[in-house]
Design a protein. Structure first.
Lengths: 469, 218
């Protein structure tokens, strides 16, 4: 361990700790071949069809659930007084949170010159984009009449009404739309040089034309590269604050209210930590099977998994601190309502979910202190799944326990999700999977040209090392 | 290797970037214009009626007061559509042979109401009460226009929420003394001073209350 730390320091973050970010023996062409063949030359595999099939089926479930919802109204959900914010908001926060790892990996780690981001940024960004799409569905459906969703935007309407700027819900609209736009642009701009590679390597003329349109006439000229680098860096700069701002504002949705359990100043930072935590768990959940199925172990190496495991551990500790602070503030506030809410969480009707959440998000991630666990792909994958569940439970606890018993005991009630709540939630998971499988099949999952740059950098380092010796 | 795209696509690509912006802005403009056009609001469009009743004839030329027919305007939400009996006050004596008035006489004979087409139709989710507006000094003319100059009835204002709010936000710009409510062609000498005075005198609620959602959406 101490050796590897010294290594890290002496060689900078690029060549570290014995575990490479790119397995040796690759050349420019092997990298390009290996990544582009997934989309271009390899036949559609049975496993892909199965995965896509599951995603597609669940997407149909999603469409059916939406149809039922629109025909019969939000009454088909378990929402009622006093819990008016059930699954719709839980799932919205969960999905939005998951997206955050993508932005963190692509923007923040880029600005911090972390080379190990290169092979995972592309699909982490795609994940962000798809997660935001799923997230966006929930508030739209929750408003009951989605076809009037444009009322959320300030535009010169005939009603002379303007959105209520004092409400965090309208901040949310802007945070999420900005997030979706920037994520899309960032992902797309990063794809352009690779789309050109795909265009040049495609066999069928249809593929050539489609990739060609999206490649925007990229020829790889020095001027193109110069502009590309500038644009990409600018977008990274714009995206960086979004890592913090989006989930802060989602945290405000709760914290700005006066409901016990929500009215806590720690909410915004604790939401951000939770988002990155959930997001990295999702990246691991996806990266581990993808690299196994497509034989990408040379590009997404042990090193990546270990680094992500460390981030998971760190953000997990931040989240644990958040839970601790919530509990502490319930006592420190001296407010009977806050205290009774805490007691209700710990021992009330939803206590099972609360303890399960603590187990998933606080106890299980502690396993990551062990080096052997960080090195075991299976263990990492299982832990990432547990964290995904834990973070969902966290949102469930936040939304439901605060609402179901607030100030007036006479208006206390219970919240039970209905079949349509579950089917819609499962449906969005299906949509997410389907989009992800389509992405894997038709676009390069790993950034080809950045991998080539990385290769060159490695070789130069090696030569320099030899010269020094 | 043959080129995939002809050179013209360069121009197309550039045009589409600017085109996108202009098309979006253009669409926004089209929608907001169509929303306010008389095609949607029916402003100034004469509605087909069973009898071509002329307000101009009855008000400007014969001098009937609005309340002669719209009897409940001062103390009810609904201004009231006159029963056939009201028409027959005069039309049992004059224009007896008129072809145009046959539906009126038929209605009287059969005791079945004339089915007028409603011109000013607010959506059901908006609560509106005529009497309070009359009491606070909103002239008929302010919302309905120069009815005394309409040979056939049309809607003068859009009835959009922005139009309602325009007055609810600044009632002083539109109020008139109570005895001028039913006057047509009324114009104050100094609306700024008078308006402020009338707001005080008629005890008109503050704009914050008047623009409360539940003021109209109950």
């Amino acid at each position: 361990m101490s050796d590897s730390i010294r290594d890290d320091v002496s060689n900078g973050p690029v060549a570290t700790s014995g575990l490479p970010v790119l397995e040796p023996g690759h050349t420019y062409s092997t990298i390009t071949d290996k990544i582009s063949e997934i989309a271009l030359t390899k036949r559609t595999s049975r496993r892909w069809l199965m995965g896509f099939g599951i995603g597609f089926t669940l997407t149909m479930v999603l469409l059916y659930s939406i149809a039922v919802l629109l025909i019969r109204g939000v009454g088909v959900w378990g929402l009622n007084n006093p819990v008016g914010w059930g699954f719709a908001i839980i799932n919205f926060v969960w999905w939005i949170g998951i997206g955050h790892a993508g932005t963190l990996i692509s923007a923040v780690l880029l600005l911090l010159n972390q080379d190990w981001r290169t092979s995972i940024n592309r699909f982490a960004e795609a994940m962000t984009l798809f997660a935001v799409s799923c997230a966006g569905l929930f508030p739209l459906l929750h408003i009951g009449r989605p076809w009037l969703a444009y009322w959320l935007l300030p535009y010169p309407n005939t009603m002379a009404v303007w959105p209520q700027w004092r409400s965090p819900l309208i901040w949310d609209v802007f945070a999420v739309t900005t997030y979706a736009t920037i994520s899309l642009l960032f992902w797309y701009v990063g794809l352009i040089p690779d789309l050109a590679t795909m265009r040049d390597r495609a066999k069928s003329s249809f593929a050539k034309i489609v990739y060609g349109i999206f490649a925007l006439g990229w020829r790889g000229a020095a001027r193109h590269w110069h502009r590309y680098e500038t644009a990409y860096l600018l977008l990274a700069g714009i995206a960086t604050p979004l890592v913090v701002s989006v989930h802060t504002i989602v945290g405000y949705d709760f914290a700005v209210s006066i409901v016990p359990g929500w009215h806590v100043t720690v909410f915004p930072p604790y939401f951000v930590a939770g988002a990155v935590f959930a997001g990295f768990a999702m990246v691991l959940t996806l990266a581990i099977p993808i690299r196994a199925f497509y034989g990408l172990q040379d590009f997404i190496t042990e090193r990546h998994l270990r680094n992500m495991a460390k981030i998971l551990l760190a953000t997990g500790l931040l989240v644990a601190y958040g839970y601790m602070m919530e509990t502490f503030m319930a006592w420190y506030s001296g407010s009977d309502l806050e205290w009774s809410l805490l007691m209700n969480r710990l021992f009330g009707p939803y206590a099972v979910q609360y303890w399960a959440l603590l187990f998933c998000n606080v106890v299980v991630p502690q396993l990551l202190w062990l080096r052997s666990i960080r090195g075991s792909t299976i263990a990492l994958w299982l832990i990432s799944l547990v964290v995904g569940v834990g973070m969902w439970l966290e949102r469930f606890i936040i939304v439901v326990t605060s609402l179901h018993r607030d100030f007036l005991p006479s208006s206390w009630g219970m919240y039970t999700p209905t079949f349509w709540d579950w089917s819609l939630y499962l449906g969005t998971i299906g949509l997410f999977l389907m989009l992800l499988f389509l992405f894997i099949r038709f676009l390069p999952v790993i950034n080809i040209f950045e991998m080539r740059v990385l290769l060159e950098k490695k070789e130069r380092e090696k030569e320099e090392g030899e010269e020094r010796a | 290797m043959a080129q995939i795209f002809p050179p013209v696509t360069n121009t197309l690509a550039r045009a589409s970037i600017f085109g996108g912006v202009f098309i979006l802005a253009g669409l926004l403009w089209v929608f907001s214009t169509v929303d306010r056009s008389s095609y949607v609001t029916q402003v100034g469009v004469v509605r087909e009626q069973p009898v071509p009743f002329s307000h101009r004839r009855h008000v400007a030329q014969l001098g009937l007061d609005c309340r002669f027919c719209h009897t409940s305007v001062e103390d009810s939400a609904f201004a009231g559509i006159p029963p056939t009996k009201t028409c027959m006050t005069c039309h049992s004596q004059i224009w007896l042979q008129s072809e145009m008035l046959e539906p009126v006489r038929a209605s009287y004979r059969t005791d079945r109401s004339i089915e007028w087409t409603r011109v000013h139709d607010l959506p059901d989710y908006a609560y509106f009460n005529h009497s309070i507006h009359v009491k606070k000094g909103v002239g008929c003319e302010t919302c309905h226009g120069r009815v005394d100059q309409m040979p056939l009835m049309w809607q003068e204002e859009t009835l959009h929420m922005e139009w309602c709010l325009n007055c609810h936000r600044h009632p002083e710009k539109y109020l008139r003394p109570r005895d001028e409510v039913f006057t047509f062609g009324y114009e104050a000498e100094d609306q700024t001073t008078l308006g402020a005075l009338l707001v005080e005198e008629h005890d008109v609620a503050a704009a914050t209350t008047l623009t409360n959602c539940s003021m109209c959406h109950r």
